[in-house]
Write a protein that binds this ligand. Structure first.
Ligand code: ADP
Length: 851
């Protein structure tokens, strides 16, 4: 058979002795080499050889290499496979060994063993032809039917496998392309056969014999596969029926009670499916869930997607698709709740009641979203909470400050690892009903980022026309948000995107006056703090005068949050004293002082009331309350943080007080100016925005053009104020960016004071925009500004004439304390700002000292 073969193997072959496996021609095998002779073969033949010939070795099956090279060789199997060593991999661990990858070429038979050491070499005779597989037709004719039969079985076998696997598809092609005589060897090495069977095939030198021996192996494999496929199919059917079968099977064990049977019923996925079917989710959602649960059943539990899908389905079941609380809206009761919870804020309460009344009459929520805008700590959040209370609805607060990813609102798609629903859906899951009050806190602090614009995502949520089909990316089905009552809060409308602002009705919540703060403190904050600290009114007494002291000297804010904190600090200090059982009072009569009016009399410097810290040694009956007076205040809160510094700062020309509006409420603002020799430059400091810089330029231009009229001169007596003169304008609190037109009149007044050398009245504050022609234009935030001036103890306020209408909003007692000057032009402003007026052409020779 070897005659005429195209490729000839060497007649002398080094022999690799294998025991564990059988290499057949046409197949590849990986074998481990660690016995002495085989190692020698690899080292001296394979690793050192350089020609192709040197990589051809004879693999002898069924013969183990002795563990020592001193031992004689056992009887060698007569027939082996000539093979090409394709790869040698060496390793020293756990002991030196090589791993050889060999590909079988053809059979050979050993004629004579030539040497045994260091590795066996034999003279061999090639048994198979090693051709380039070109004459397939010839062999087909020779073997005729046998070969045809074999081919059919082979095709049948391969087609039973999954053809989508590339290796199987390749094998199918090989069946057609390879010469038939090569097939028995190749297929034997692929199908499941024992080493013994492989050895028989190797020994079957005649092709016909080989075909005959392989066909039963193929048939056996085909039958095996058929059986396997049948059992797989029935197992799937079984899986479907597993729920029905399981209880019976358990009963057959005889020891299972009915309870346990039921527990078995609680099989997770089945339970989930049951819950899905019984939940009241929308049709669309139900369809999606059932599809997902079908997938879940087929999925092995170890798959990461299993947990994802389960979480998703569990959320879907938990969501309150149809669950709601019953509204118990009664306007009269609502008014009482709002009044009880909050002092003042009449405008806000009125609007909220209107809103609720419309809800009651119309019974739907399609209306604008309320947005409370005001400084921190004025009770925006707590009004939201009260609204929920009056309606008997669940309340949920969603803090939007700093949210910059739209997925925070709309959720992540489920393709993401760690995907989750957005805050809206999460909130609904938390409250468990579909009609809660959602407070969207700090909508003005949403930020944009690369992850999209969360404000845009909120648009859909807040639009009553759209939000009945809000689609969270995670859920991927619509959820009806139309029953949710949304309320938003913000510090300023300036940073709320216009589209969002458009969907909301803004209700301004201005800051409180001192009187209001005192009332809030005594009606709400102090009782709340006492309760939180486990104190009773019998243990601590805070007179109104003390509260006023905290408000003016320890806080400077529009709301009451810092006040609340300070009261908390006082309660803590008292709690320590009470807990120590050491609370004492110097004069028992002072403890009986109840009302603020009386307090004023008692807490004077002469009375020298003793603070809780320095009265420790005087024992008193436990029912005596600890009185918090100024001394106690100083002990607990430290020295006062704010002092009335207004008059001190206004004792030089070139300073004026302006009024500014910030998101935190109104503020008084000192504007300072100085002049020096120079080239007519204007320097502005204090982090000013462009509008403020323009106001400064306008003010200077107007003064320069009116210098003669007012007899204003620079240092050298010239009416050109900037001649050889530089001006520096400074707005203190330099770290805070300031912008807006309302400082115009203040800058003019400040510069007029600088150039005239006269002092601005120390109790005057002002606000207003100016024009180049000297008119005063209206500005915003009058109420907050007036409150700030009132807080700072100023008496006269200059505001633009066209802002007169805004004064109505200001509480009567505040108005009583203040004098308002309504100015239409700058002449009127200057006249009001300086003692004795600022007369045209009135040149004053001396300084008007105010001290
Ligand atoms: P905001 O949301 O405006 O920043 P909060 O609603 O958190 O302020 O209010 C801060 C605290 O002040 C809360 O404890 C609240 O009860 C209290 N508070 C504010 N305004 C009033 C008021 N008018 N009456 C009673 N308590 C108030």
């Amino acid at each position: 058979m070897a005659a005429g073969s195209a490729i000839q193997i060497p007649t002398r072959l080094p022999l690799l002795l294998t025991h564990e496996s059988v290499l057949l021609p046409g197949s590849t095998m990986r074998t481990s080499v660690d016995s002495p002779r085989n190692m020698q073969l690899v080292r001296s033949r394979l690793l050192k050889g350089t020609s192709l010939r040197s990589t051809i070795i004879g693999v002898i099956p069924n013969t183990s290499d002795p563990t020592s090279d001193c031992d004689d060789l056992p009887n060698l199997h007569r027939i082996g496979t000539a093979a090409l060593a394709v790869q040698v991999v060496g390793s020293n661990w756990p002991k030196p060994h090589y791993t050889l990858l060999v590909t079988g070429l053809c059979r050979f038979q050993i004629l004579q063993l030539l040497k045994e050491k260091p590795y066996p070499v034999a003279e061999v005779q090639q048994l198979d032809r090693l051709e380039q597989f070109t004459n397939g037709h010839k062999s087909e004719e020779e073997l005729g039917e046998l070969s045809e039969q074999f081919y059919k079985y082979a095709v049948q076998l391969v087609e039973m496998l999954d053809m989508s696997v590339p290796a199987v598809a390749k094998l199918r092609r090989l069946l057609d392309n390879l010469p038939r005589e090569a097939l028995p060897d190749i297929l034997t090495s692929i199908i499941r056969t024992t080493n013994q069977e492989k050895l028989q095939i190797l020994d079957a030198v005649r092709l016909e014999e080989r075909f005959k021996m392989t066909i039963p192996l193929l048939v056996r494999q085909i039958e095996g596969l058929k059986l396997l496929q049948k059992t797989r199919k029935s197992k799937q059917d079984d899986d479907k029926r597993v729920v029905a079968i399981r209880p019976n099977r358990r009963i057959s064990h005889g020891s299972i009670t009915e309870d346990e049977e039921e527990e078995e019923d609680h099989d997770d996925v089945v339970m989930l499916e049951k819950k899905i079917r019984t939940s009241s989710m929308s049709e669309q959602a139900l369809k999606v869930c059932l599809k997902e649960i079908k997938r879940l059943k087929k999925m092995p539990q170890s798959m990461p997607e299993y947990a994802l899908t389960r979480n998703y389905l569990e959320l879907m079941v938990e969501l309150p698709w149809n669950k709601s609380t019953k509204d118990r809206l009664e306007i009269r009761a609502a008014r009482i709740v709002l009044d009880n919870d909050h002092y003042a804020m009449e405008k806000l309460k009125k609007r909220v009641l209107e809103y609720l009344a419309v809800r009651q009459l119309k019974n739907n929520l399609k209306g604008p979203i309320l947005c409370f805008v005001g400084p921190p700590g004025v009770g925006k959040t707590s009004v939201g909470r009260s609204i929920a209370k009056t309606l008997g609805r669940e309340f949920h607060r969603i803090a939007l400050g700093g949210v910059c990813d739209q997925s925070d609102i709309r959720g992540h798609r489920r393709t993401y690892v760690g995907s989750m629903p957005g805050r809206i859906i999460n909130g609904l899951k938390t409250v468990g009903v579909n009609n809660p009050v959602f407070l969207l806190d700090e909508v003005d602090k949403l930020a944009k980022s690369l992850q999209g614009d969360p404000a845009a995502a909120l648009l859909e949520v807040l639009d009553p026309e759209q939000n009945h089909s809000f689609t969270d990316h995670y859920l991927n089905v619509a959820f009806d948000l139309s029953q949710v009552l949304f309320i938003a809060t913000a510090n300023t409308t300036a940073t709320i995107p216009p589209a969002l602002l458009d969907r909301m009705e803004v209700i301004q919540v201005p800051g409180y006056t001192q009187e209001e703060k005192i009332e809030i403190a005594h009606r709400h904050l102090i009782p709340k703090q006492l309760e939180q600290h486990g104190l009773t009114p019998q243990q601590i007494q805070i007179p109104q005068l003390t509260t006023l002291g905290i408000i003016t000297r320890y806080t400077r804010e529009a709301g009451v949050r810092a006040l609340d904190r300070k009261l908390g600090a006082i309660c803590r200090a008292v709690a320590v004293k009470v807990a120590e059982g050491q609370h004492k009072e110097a004069k028992p009569d002072r403890a009986e002082v109840g009302e603020g009016e009386d307090c004023k009399e008692h807490i004077t410097e002469d009375a020298k009331p003793e603070s809780i810290s320095d009265t420790a040694d005087l024992a008193l009956p436990p029912e005596m309350p600890i009185l918090i007076d100024f001394h106690a205040l100083k002990d607990i809160l430290g020295p006062p943080m704010y002092d009335m510094e207004v008059s001190e700062r206004l004792n030089q020309p070139g300073v004026a007080i302006g009024l500014a509006w910030t998101p935190l409420g109104g503020e008084i603002m000192f504007v300072e100016a100085s002049r020096m020799d120079g080239e007519g430059q204007l320097t502005l400091t204090g982090q000013l925005g462009d509008v403020m810089k323009e106001s400064a330029h306008l003010a200077i231009s107007w003064l320069r053009s009116n210098a003669k009229r007012y007899q204003l001169t620079n240092a050298s007596g010239s009416f050109d104020l900037l001649d050889n003169t530089d001006i520096h304008l400074h707005f203190p609190a330099g770290a805070v960016t300031k912008d807006g037109p309302s400082a115009g009149v203040t800058i003019v007044t400040c510069l007029a004071s600088l150039f005239s050398g006269r002092l601005v009245c120390s109790d005057v504050a002002m606000t207003g925009e100016i024009t180049l022609r000297g008119l005063v234009l209206p500005v915003g935030g009058i109420k907050d500004k007036v409150l700030a001036a009132h807080r700072a103890g100023l008496k006269r306020i200059i505001i633009p004439q066209r802002n007169e209408k805004d004064l109505e909003e200001i509480a009567a007692h505040v108005r009583q304390d203040l004098t308002f000057v309504l100015a239409a032009c700058l002449d009127e402003v200057l006249n009001a700002a300086f003692d004795g007026g600022f007369a045209v052409k009135a040149r004053l020779e001396h300084l008007n000292s105010k001290l």
